[in-house]
Design a protein around this ligand. Structure first.
Ligand code: XUL
Length: 547
């Protein structure tokens, strides 16, 4: 029985999930055992790697628009995770394949020393120190010590420049799947090239978080998959290869500094000798990594149009399979490549779990108190509304953070809590219409989906049933399932995606049905919320904050 390892490097933690799968594919009816999770472990960066000085996985910065993390922290987390995996009571000689998922858009800048260093790693010593040059900064492999991540909003000027060079936002959106977004890698690369020319000149390769970590596993430069490459404003979405005019608009000589793009499910190498000697692991296949959202698509069991998922994590996202790449004319959504070879539509909201936590903490509550507040208040919150932009927002675009309340006293804990959750759900419903997909059912995932009261608001606002996934970390499960799929295909065996996701990635447990009275209230409230959003964005007051 082979084992498949999924890793997920998210903003705040690294998670590993090991899946045991019967061979050949079992049929439940014939008594075969279904795939099962035999190991799951998370390592929280702030707690376990506190010496890197991050808060929620991000380095403190004076400018709220700037967000970066230390790539060496991610490397050290990988080293520790492999150590824990090898110490667990598991027969890892059965480890057949590994794949991974990582926060999207973040970029790691590497010098020409990187490839040689990977090839010569000493298995008796920790990874991060060797990458850092063992204390000699000049011998380190990073050409820039920090990696800008998806929470960064500091590249408005670069977005304008790239967009103009490509003939405007709409054309850029048609070609790459998204208009220019501050957090996308192209604008981030352009910022480095313009503002830190020396660091750019010293950069031999730009990796995404996904391909950086995959490179560490195989001991050589790893390629990208179309799912993660489509979060860069640099890939021709239809052709799934770099778009020369976008590269030119971004930085000189960029083509030579980017990894190649290979189809999803491509095996890219074997686990490097460093990991085999250091932890006694086998030469498992390593499968190209992807972004957390494409991985979540699989981990949420979404393999056909009409099924959508809402992920309540550090960022909240709404996503679903799209057969054809319909770009969002309103400019808020993205179309990415999907691991199945189709496309996926996605809208991302930065004020996700951190906004829920901010309001919870402001009122000195725990999650149980948060749920009690939702139970104690009525759907529609008696007309009270909140624009919950604690941090700069991605959807809709809000550069200057600000929390705006309408008919709501700041000290009213219960109604503030309901207002945040209702605002998030109404924003998600309104800003995902562009996908042109009829929502039949929502698969809910992410840490926030553990809260049944939050799921009830979701069901009522979207007016469809909500089902919670069995495995909380759908991105990590998706990575393990992608490893399973690629390994099966590489072994010359046919397997469809619906078989891969069957049972394990599908929702289980109670369905949260929409309440018809509440759904009617939200049908009336949602246009008022959208209008408030529009007015606030248009008004000069949009820059002010009462937070
Ligand atoms: C998607 C996005 C986030 C990150 C971090 O476009 O920016 O969802 O992938 O999770």
């Amino acid at each position: 029985m082979p084992l498949y390892l999924g890793l997920d490097s998210s903003t705040q933690s690294l998670t590993a999930l090991l899946l045991e799968v019967d061979e050949p594919q079992p049929s439940a009816a014939a008594g075969g055992r279904l795939p099962r999770v035999v190991f799951e472990h998370s390592l929280v960066f702030d707690d376990e790697l506190a010496e890197y000085g991050t808060r929620h996985g991000v380095l403190p910065a004076d400018d709220p628009a700037v967000a970066a993390s230390p790539p060496l922290m991610w490397a050290e987390a990988l080293d520790r995770m492999m150590s824990r995996l090898s110490a667990a009571d598991l027969d890892l000689s059965r480890l057949a394949a590994i794949s991974g998922s990582a926060q999207q858009h973040g970029s790691v800048y590497l010098s020409a020393r990187f490839a040689g260093r990977l090839a010569g790693l000493d298995p008796s010593r920790p990874l991060a120190g060797q990458l850092a040059g063992d204390g000699d900064e000049a011998a380190g492999v990073l050409s820039r010590p920090v990696a800008p991540i998806w929470m960064d909003a500091s590249t408005a000027a670069e977005c304008r420049e790239i967009s103009a060079a490509l003939g405007g936002a709409e054309r850029l959106g048609q070609l790459t799947g998204s208009r220019a977004f501050e957090r996308f890698t192209g604008p981030q690369i352009r910022k480095l090239f313009k503002r830190e020319p020396d660091a750019w000149a010293a950069t031999d390769r730009v990796h995404l978080v996904s391909s950086f970590l995959a490179s560490l596993l195989i001991g050589a430069h790893a390629p990208l998959d179309p799912g993660d490459a489509s979060g860069m404003n640099l890939m021709d979405l239809a052709a799934r290869r770099w778009l020369p005019e976008a590269l030119e608009a971004t930085a000189p000589n960029l083509a030579a500094k980017l990894p190649p793009i290979v189809p999803a499910s491509t095996p890219i190498g074997r686990l490097a000798p460093y990991w085999r000697s250091r932890y006694g692991l086998p030469a498992a296949r390593v499968v190209v990594w992807s972004g957390d959202n494409p991985s979540s698509l699989i981990g949420s069991g979404l393999v056909r149009e009409g099924q959508v998922a809402v992920s309540l994590g550090t960022s909240d996202t709404v996503f679903g399979v799209m057969q054809a790449p319909r770009a969002d004319r309103s400019g808020t959504g993205h179309v990415f490549g999907a691991p199945t070879g189709d496309y996926m539509g996605l809208t991302c909201f930065r004020n996700g779990s951190l906004a829920r936590e901010r309001i919870r903490d402001e009122h000195g509550l725990d999650w149980e108190g948060f749920s009690a507040a939702l139970r104690a208040t009525r759907p529609g919150n008696d007309g009270a509304l909140m624009l919950p932009w604690f941090e700069p927002e991605i959807t809709p675009h809000v550069a200057q953070p600000g929390v705006h309340r309408l008919g709501l006293a700041r000290g009213d804990a219960a109604r503030n809590i309901r207002a945040v959750v209702e605002a998030q759900m109404m924003a998600m419903a309104g800003h995902s219409r562009w996908m042109g997909v009829d929502f039949e059912v929502i698969h809910a995932t992410g840490g926030g989906a553990a809260n049944p009261e939050v799921l009830q608001v979701m069901a009522d606002v979207f007016a469809v049933p909500v089902r919670r996934l069995q495995v909380g970390n759908s991105a990590c499960l998706g990575a393990a399932l992608r490893a399973y799929h690629a390994d099966t295909v590489a072994g010359q065996r046919e397997v469809g995606w619906s078989v891969i996701v069957r049972s394990i990635a599908e929702p289980s447990g109670a369905v949260v049905e929409p309440n018809s009275v509440a759904a009617r209230i939200y049908r009336e409230l949602a246009p008022r919320y959208a209008e408030l959003e529009r007015r606030w964005l248009a008004s000069a007051g949009a820059r002010a904050s009462d937070a």
